[in-house]
Design a protein around this ligand. Structure first.
Ligand SMILES: NC(=O)c1ccc[n+]([C@@H]2O[C@H](COP(=O)([O-])OP(=O)(O)OC[C@H]3O[C@@H](n4cnc5c(N)ncnc54)[C@H](OP(=O)(O)O)[C@@H]3O)[C@@H](O)[C@H]2O)c1
Ligand SMILES: Nc1nc(=O)c(N)c(NC[C@H](O)[C@H](O)[C@H](O)COP(=O)(O)O)[nH]1
Length: 278
């Protein structure tokens, strides 16, 4: 049976046993009202995505693949109400035209996350009726924050007007002096914290996830929540596969290790919640 599509996020996911404040279970546990605590003055980061058994996010770059079943999707939409921001890379925005809101029934606008799109060259083919703008205009979600490099911000660009009209903003951040193409996660997260985004759910895509799973960036990830769908997408998809890691003696070791690991079967899928042991 092919992966399902279902736009309504359905009923809230089942409640879980209470656990300590910033544990992964807390990220998914609706009974706690406390927000996910920023640390080191940076937003609390939940890295979350849906994967196939061959660790792929979609069948092909530039295309959207619905992997999550209804129950795990409702967990994702619940998680969206638990974070002040939701972040994706521009390739996901282009491929998926996402709404980036929680479509759990009865979700107040105050509980909606602010969509954040990393778009250093402002190449997002944003249109006035892109879903994220439409959703904001209908009051069903917050308007996006598009993060661009200083060279990409052109006065008179109609996309800036559409974002601002919908209540969003285009934020200019200087790109890393060295490669002029990427922001470091330290700089990005510190900048986003200055916009009072205390907890951010990072949903992907592949480049964003693989860069956060680099040895030097794992410290920024507070919790990981991964939905595993019972399917192999086959070669050629967008893969999550972090860089190889060696210990001090040069011996190859696991690229990413976890603690506080919990598995939750949800319909045909299983969801892993865990802390990264960096
Ligand atoms: N299954 C899931 O849960 C899931 C979740 C999300 C996405 N997806 C799928 O994943 C695919 C997209 O993944 P992808 O790897 O192609 O792209 P991506 O990670 O969504 O976006 C990558 C782009 O974002 C910008 N970017 C990322 N990190 C940056 C940084 N630190 N500083 C500056 N810019 C940064 C760069 O834009 P420039 O190229 O302009 O420099 C980069 O090329 C789509 O098929 C989507 O459907 C699946
Ligand atoms: N949990 C999850 N299961 C999936 O099967 C899938 N393809 C995504 N993908 C995440 C990505 O960030 C998408 O862009 C948004 O899921 C689309 O966002 P909307 O639902 O339109 O709000 N996420």
């Amino acid at each position: 049976m092919a992966p399902t599509t279902n736009d309504d996020a359905g009923p809230p996911p089942p409640k879980k046993a209470r656990s300590e404040n910033n544990s992964p279970a807390n990220a998914a546990d609706s009974s706690t009202t406390s927000s996910l605590e920023p640390s080191f003055g940076l937003p609390f980061i939940t890295l979350t995505y849906a994967t196939s058994l061959d660790s792929q996010l979609s069948l092909a770059p530039g295309t959207q693949t619905h992997l999550s079943g209804p129950l795990s999707k409702s967990l994702t939409h619940h998680l969206r109400t638990r974070h002040s921001g939701i972040l994706i890379g521009v390739s996901t925005a282009v491929a998926d035209d996402p709404g980036l809101n929680s479509r759990l029934a009865g979700t107040d606008l105050a509980k909606q996350p602010t969509p954040i799109v990393l778009d250093p060259t402002f190449r997002w083919n944003l249109r006035r009726n892109s879903r994220v703008l439409q959703t904001a205009r209908e009051g069903k979600g917050k308007a996006p924050m598009v993060v661009v490099g200083s060279d990409a911000y052109k006065i008179g660009d109609p996309r800036i007007q559409w974002v601002v009209e919908a209540g969003g903003q285009v934020v200019v951040l200087d790109l890393d002096a060295d490669d002029g193409k990427r922001w470091s996660w330290e700089y990005l997260l510190r900048s986003l914290k200055s916009y009072e985004l205390d907890s951010i759910m990072i949903e992907g895509g592949g480049e964003v996830i693989n860069s956060l799973l680099k040895e030097e960036n794992q410290k920024y990830v507070g919790a990981m929540i991964v939905t595993v769908a019972p399917t192999y997408l086959g070669k050629g998809g967008v893969r999550v596969c972090p860089d190889r890691r060696e210990d001090e003696e040069g011996k190859v070791v696991s690229a990413v290790s976890f603690s506080d690991v919990q598995w939750l079967p949800l319909g045909r899928d299983v969801v892993m919640a865990a802390k990264v042991d960096w």
